[in-house]
Design a protein around this ligand. Structure first.
Ligand code: NAD
Ligand code: DAU
Length: 356
């Protein structure tokens, strides 16, 4: 079986669903269920004995070690993290706690478990750390995309905390020989994406008749990858990645934020036309920029393609159409994630930001 941390979040839940759709190997899903964790994402697995959910915190090394000793996984896939850049600007503490201290506790528990395994299981074991392209910092318009050897230059508390966790993982391989793998991926989108992030936020606000808040001039560039392609890349790296290596994962799909928002508006104009016949583009509102906002990310994913044969299956056009359709088809999921503390977050992040 495999042990997944953060498997109730956006990418983690897509990964667990995809994993169990492809194979019968059971999953122990360990998640704290913060605001971003949602068991509704896994509702289709309710009766599935191959999926076991345990609520817990990766900072609790004793609980993690007890579970590892009880279930004896052959691999750990580590998604659990605080993941939203804007929240890291408002309150970095939880990012330091979960992303750095939590990864450290998880590594320590893993080391204790792994060290005591018989030799054959020890060499077959894998710790796969899921990380981000944001650790590499920001690119100018003509710079080459990030490769696995690009120097780290994280610019937000989020990316700095992920960079620290990457370094810890690297050190556990070099110092203790723990068989680690690290993936650094670009921006994901798709089903179950929490509507604090650009794409789901725009879909939700458009339908609610609210402003579509574009930070600064909207010309910041991101590389977008459909989430199931990221999941496939992780499965492939887990299966055949070289121990101790880093693999960049990306969609070869750079887009300026404003173009993404225009695409969403035009798609919604066709799929869910406004009653007054106008375009959702009229709701676009330029707001004050994110402090320290990285201008451009781009990923060179050639290593993953040449060594392991992975490339994205979806284009942006196909992936975004599926995504918009998914949100239109799941109003109950959306209503649920917008209850609770969501409104407070939106109010604090967008307060006093109008009129860029
Ligand atoms: P998310 O915020 O949607 O989900 C994070 C999950 O981790 C949630 O289920 C949450 O409950 C859980 N969690 C948080 N703190 C925990 C703790 N202390 N112990 C146990 N569980 C905890 O995040 P996501 O977008 O799914 O990202 C998953 C991973 O992928 C993160 O490590 C992130 O850095 C990385 N990543 C994300 C993207 C992206 O575009 N979203 C891109 C590249 C890499
Ligand atoms: O690059 C990978 C990273 O992508 C992951 O590591 C992060 O976990 C994930 O959240 C994402 O980070 P970003 O900051 O790029 O994603 P976000 O959706 O928050 O923002 C995407 C772009 O859109 C960014 O340039 C900021 C801009 N934006 C975002 C919001 C929420 C807006 O213009 N308006 C908004 O309201």
């Amino acid at each position: 079986m495999i042990f997944v941390t953060g498997g109730a979040g956006f990418i983690g839940s897509n990964f667990v669903l995809d994993w169990l759709a492809q194979a019968d190997e059971p999953v122990l899903n360990f998640d704290k269920l913060t605001y971003a964790g949602n068991l509704n994402n896994l509702a289709t697995l309710k009766q599935d004995v191959r999926h076991r959910f345990v609520r817990g915190d990766i900072c609790d090394g004793e609980q993690v070690l007890a579970l590892l000793l009880e279930h004896r996984p052959r691999a750990i896939v580590h998604f659990a993290a605080e993941s939203h850049v804007d929240r890291s600007i408002h309150g970095p503490g939880e990012f330091i706690n979960t992303n750095i201290n939590g990864t450290f506790s998880l590594l320590e528990a893993t080391r204790a478990y792994w060290s005591a395994l018989p030799d054959s299981e020890k060499s077959a074991f894998r710790f796969l750390h899921v990380s981000t392209d944001e650790v590499y910092g920001t690119l100018g318009p003509d710079d080459a995309p990030f490769s696995e050897t690009t120097a780290y230059a994280p610019n937000s508390p989020y990316s700095a905390s992920k960079a620290a966790s990457d370094h810890l993982v690297r050190s556990y391989h070099h110092t203790y020989g723990l068989p680690t793998l690290t993936t650094n991926c670009s921006n994901n989108y798709g089903p179950f994406h929490f509507p604090e992030k650009l794409i789901p936020l725009m879909i939700v606000n458009a339908q609610a008749g609210k402003p579509l808040p574009v930070y600064g001039d909207g010309q910041q560039v991101r590389d977008w990858l459909y989430v199931s392609d990221h999941c496939a890349a992780i499965r492939r790296v887990l299966e055949a990645g070289r121990v101790g290596e880093v693999y960049n994962v990306g969609g070869w799909n750079e887009m300026a934020n404003l173009d993404v928002v225009h695409t969403l508006c035009d798609m919604l104009d066709r799929m869910r036309p406004k009653a007054d016949g106008g375009s959702y583009r009229a709701q676009i509102s330029y707001v004050k920029d994110r402090p320290g906002h990285d201008r451009r990310y781009a990923i060179d994913a050639r290593k993953l393609e040449s060594e392991l044969g992975w490339k994205p299956a979806e284009t942006f056009e196909s992936g975004i159409a599926k995504t918009v359709q998914w949100y239109l088809d799941h109003p109950a999921w959306l209503a649920d994630v917008q209850s609770g503390d969501y409104a407070n977050w939106v109010a604090s992040n967008y307060f006093n930001r109008e009129g860029a």
